[in-house]
Design a protein around this ligand. Structure first.
Ligand SMILES: [Zn+2]
Length: 92
């Protein structure tokens, strides 16, 4: 497993956990009706996403590798925190 696959696995795991938690909360009706541990877990996942994305961006910027395209993995270099923009490799 290389770094890019490991990164994808972390994102996939986070996405899956988020989806499961959101599904569980929805079964209780509203967010406020869900048990406390579900509310805390979902809030934790939300914070986790934020931290994950920040660490990801900072790490790649720090290494000078650019941000890999979510579509094809082609490294894009950040220009002044401009995250949006088409991928030069696949156009995504
Ligand atoms: Zn691409």
């Amino acid at each position: 497993m290389n770094a890019s696959q490991g990164r994808l696995l972390i994102y996939a795991t986070f996405g899956l956990v988020s989806a499961v938690l959101a599904g569980l909360v929805r079964r209780h009706g509203d967010f406020d009706d869900a048990p406390l541990f579900l509310q805390v877990s979902l809030a934790g996942i939300g914070v986790g996403w934020g931290v994950l994305i920040i660490v990801d961006v900072v790490l790649h910027t720090w290494r000078g590798e650019g941000i890999p395209c979510p579509q094809c993995g082609h490294k894009r270099h950040l220009r002044a925190f401009r995250l949006a923009g088409a991928c030069p490799n696949c156009g995504a």
